[in-house]
Write a protein that binds this ligand. Structure first.
Ligand code: SF4
Length: 394
């Protein structure tokens, strides 16, 4: 494998404009210890007024989220940005693929800024366009490409969404993955046995949705490993499969394990275990409830006082929920600290630097998607918006 095929770069090292993870920040950042940072952020935001709209993903740090005009999951935030056409600058406190989605859904006049371009997503980095195109060609060689519909999770780069748009596929979120799969199967052979889905890039969301919500057997799900010839799968395995799951995962949600669920149940009888569908299948099977970040928030908001919850999602959100609900016992589903390291790259110094640069008339760290990619990605996003029923949340 050549170096160019490697999906992951060490954080903050080198310069790879093709990598989803991006590049180092240029310019001088204020020192993290500067006690005036909060006042500086507030002053810069006030100076920009309605010209700037700050988006904060649920997994962001408190020091950043306090400056968000709106909080939410990635798709909600991109739509919120689109609903503010008068804002010249969209400052996205989240990760790179989210800023790309905001750029796709906003007008060309609006400029999307990611305060630290090194805030990527390890899951999105696990499916790169060249790898997915190679896999698509291999599916043609195996004689099954015509039966396959590509479906990508929102947590993917713009060029993967565009690939799905070009090839009859769709984007999904963790809230509507079941509806997206139903739609995808119905596109081929009247949804019959021959129809297959190539699910990108999160194998866990794909498997959990297929098995637990669609009734597809576990042995009808195979994992495509992009590092192996033909994904490590034989022609027969591919022909038998209904779900071809890309070998990608979230480095945060992939950490949760069954033994911690058992341990917490022993320690807190009656505890409710609530996890995100990016968790491994074995963990989801042991949980009481599974759902998107919005589902997790709503479940805790609606929970009875005095109840006890173990939550398997990113730690910033779990801590915020625990602080907001002192009448409930909320514990984290991991023994160790488990922040999303790339989400956490957006800190107050980077936010202050981005905002003050805008005040000074310089747009730093702008994220843009080229028009061709944008047009194809929009096709796949629009197919998702046209799906019946469910909300579109991750
Ligand atoms: S929490 Fe997981 S999916 Fe979300 S940005 Fe971090 S690595 Fe990516």
């Amino acid at each position: 494998m050549s170096i160019v095929d490697l999906p992951l770069l060490p954080l903050g090292k080198g310069r790879d404009l093709d990598a989803e993870r991006g590049v180092e920040c240029p310019g001088d950042l204020p020192a993290a210890s500067d006690p005036s940072l909060v006042a500086r952020a507030r002053a810069a935001k006030e100076a920009l007024g309605e010209r700037v709209f700050v988006l904060g993903h649920h997994y962001q740090r408190d020091e950043v989220i306090q400056f968000a005009d709106v909080t939410g999951d990635s798709f909600k935030l991109a739509r919120d940005a689109a609903a503010r056409p008068d804002a010249e600058f969209i400052v996205f406190c989240g990760v790179h693929f989210m800023a790309e989605s905001a750029d796709i859904l906003t007008s060309p006049a609006q400029q999307v800024v990611l305060p630290d371009l090194a805030a990527g997503c390890s899951m999105a980095d696990m499916a790169r366009l060249a790898q997915v195109e190679d896999a698509w060609d291999a599916l043609a060689e195996a004689g099954i490409q015509d039966s396959v519909v590509p479906v990508t999770y929102m947590n993917s780069s713009a060029d993967i969404k565009a690939f799905c748009g070009r090839n009859g596929g769709v984007v999904c979120t963790s809230s509507n993955a079941d509806v997206a799969l139903e739609w995808a199967f119905a596109q081929k052979a009247d949804g019959g046995e021959d129809a297959k889905v190539l699910f990108l890039p999160d194998q866990h969301l794909g498997r959990n949705t297929a098995v637990l919500q669609m009734g597809i057997a576990l042995d009808e799900c195979v994992v495509w490993d992009p590092r192996l010839p033909s994904g490590g799968l034989s022609r027969e395995e591919l022909q038998r499969a209904r779900m071809i799951l890309w070998r990608g995962h979230c480095s945060v949600h992939g950490r949760f394990t069954e033994d911690v669920v058992d341990e917490l149940r022993a320690r807190h009888p009656g505890i409710n275990v609530l996890v995100h569908p990016e968790c491994r299948h074995e963990v989801v099977l042991k949980a009481d409830l599974v759902g998107s970040t919005e589902f997790i928030i709503k479940t805790i908001e609606a929970a009875e006082p005095g109840t006890t919850w173990a939550i398997g999602t990113e730690l910033n959100l779990v801590k915020r929920l625990a602080d907001a609900h002192p009448d409930k016992t909320i514990v984290f589903l991991d023994r160790n600290v488990c922040y999303c390291s790339t989400m956490n790259r957006i800190d107050l110094p980077h936010l202050v630097w981005a905002l003050e640069s805008l005040v000074a008339g310089t747009v730093v760290n702008r994220v843009t998607v080229d028009p061709e990619t944008e047009a194809d990605a929009l096709v796949a996003l629009q197919r998702m918006l046209d799906l019946p029923g469910k909300s579109h949340r991750d």
